[in-house]
Design a protein around this ligand. Sequence first.
Ligand code: NAD
Ligand code: UDP
Length: 345
Amino acid sequence: MILVTGGAGYIGTHTCTELLNSGYDVLVLDNYSNSSPLALDRVERITQKTLIRIEGDARDPDLLDQLFANYPIKAVIHFAGFKAVGESCQIPLAYYHNNFYSTLVLSQCMQKAGITKLVFSSSATVYGDPEVVPLTEAMPTNPANPYGRTKLMVEQMLQDLAASDALATDNPQPWGIALLRYFNPVGAHQSGLIGEDPSGIPNNLMPFITQVAVGKRDQLDVFGDDYDTPDGTGVRDYIHVVDLARGHVMALERLLDDQITGAEAINLGTGLGVSVLDMVNSFTNNNSVAVPYQIADRRAGDVASYYADPSKAFDMLGWSAEHTLSDMVTDSWRWQKNNPEGYAD
Ligand code: NAD
Ligand code: UDP
């Protein structure tokens, strides 16, 4: 059985779906601070399988001790956390508490229970403003905001934890930790039943585009067209959330069979740079729906261009992205069209 913290969220639901389809038993721990239990009903509908769900907080050591004592948990995937860069500048302590402290408590409880296989949701934001692209895992990390720093601090803590194995005399189970650095997750499950359901005004490009397309917002602001990129707009590495979910299952399998030990940072991206206007045009052409936009000022803190070198994921996990940009825009639109109000529908 796999414990999935934050399993009711955007990436969590897609990963639970892949886990159940691959034959794993799944226990979700979520406090629903940014999600709905209805999302887990949809996962069960897609897979025709049930999962165990516990409403609770990933920072609660007593609850974690109970779960590890009462269920045959072999590994943990830790998604629970906050993820909005802007908000992390306004309420940094809440971010350090939910992102860093939750992982500290979770790792302590895992150690106590003798469970040493962990997949952690890191982020490409740990790289900060890169000097060169594509980004390899060996390149310097220098996050530009509190959110990115919570992720880097967790990575460092988990690297220290894994390194402590070499000094332990009584530790039969070595740590195996995958620090998955996601680039820009977009898209939705092909069924149209699960997808991204942001609360309030979306910060990210894809949910903003889909909300303009469905008529919830008038137009998209394209943040800057004077970057040093082919069309002047920002370039990112967008990855389909189902590919991302598959990456988690593949990492988990390598951890469980001890092919990965220690703590390994691994990029999950396509290796392709896509501009804001490429994305708008692809969305419009594939879905035959208009996305009115205007060029606006640059957004503070944005960088011109970043995308992954995903070769380590291929070498270590045998993983590479399979979905195209056209799949991403088609699946995002299907989800939005079928669920204009997200899970509230
Ligand atoms: P999400 O907000 O949709 O999912 C997070 C889930 O965790 C939610 O269901 C929320 O209710 C739950 N949660 C939050 N704090 C909790 C706590 N203390 N205890 C229990 N449950 C808690 O976010 P997501 O997009 O699915 O992201 C998942 C993880 O991936 C996050 O750690 C995020 O930082 C990381 N990540 C996301 C992106 C992205 O663009 N979506 C990119 C890089 C990294
Ligand atoms: N972007 C935009 N308009 C929006 C949201 C985003 O032009 O309403 C641009 C943003 O400037 C960046 C790209 O889209 O170049 C991706 O932004 P997003 O917030 O989705 O991800 P980030 O890479 O910033 O985490």
